[in-house]
Design a protein. Sequence first.
Length: 319
Amino acid sequence: MNSENTGICLIESGDIFLHEKQLTLALGCYERALTLNLSTKLLTRLYNNLGVTYKRLGRLEDAKKLFENGINIDATHLSFYANLASVFEMQGNLKHAQRLLERALQLELRARDALKLVEIYQKTQQIQSALKLAVTLTHHFPEVYDTHLTLGNIYASLKQFEKAMPHYEKAVTLEPNRTQALNNVGIAYKELGYDEKALKAYPAVIALNPNDSAVYNNLGNLLRQMANYDGALQALEHSIKLNPSYADAYSNIGAIFKEQKRYDKAEPYYQKALTLSPHHINANFDLGLIELTKGNYTVGWKQYEYRLRMKELLAKTYQ
């Protein structure tokens, strides 16, 4: 068997092991293939798949080197750019990851690569760039769930829920068994003031994913805002049962008791939320108000100021 045929057998065996997540076996096949004299086409495939194996094994520098070598061999191979971008993202170099994905999109607009670039734009507070690209994606891939979910989420982050809603609804029609868009429909209805419509969205979400603590938290928060405190408490307690480390749920239970002026019962829930998430904005703010009502002005004002600082920061984020 010549080198090319041997290489094909080794690479295909490695691909099977990689698919089955048997990384050590995949690595052995690929590294043996690497010693052979292979055609450019086969070497391109080997560099990509061995690079993916290295990446999954945490050998990021080895993966980076292979993906870079792959680009030198074939500068039009999209997977090299996407995979190299993911390595840089894992290393915290979002600027370089962004450049690689932008280069990939110049070669071909693929939904997966573009959605990853949108995510990086959001992480680096380039909201208008994220919005522009997400709009483009819904035009080019109108039947892809994640494009509409992503655009809806960007509009929601900008508090433009009336623009987010049709994209959430479109995502639900495309894949009715996925819960995130359906859950976000309920949140958007709530933010738009349609509490009853929001409430009607949650049974379907819970039926699809009965163990999602975030869904019960959102339902509890909605019921709290509708002054259905018993129902809210039941939903939030169930959220904590599903996820005992969920700071939002503790904070929302605290809010129930705060609104009922039962400050002694509210305080431990806020304290628990802050133990789990020390920078929790609502817990800091509401606990600060409770301390102020108790006459603890130094502590209360410190926590109250934290909320004001965070609001200013978030306002700057979306300019």
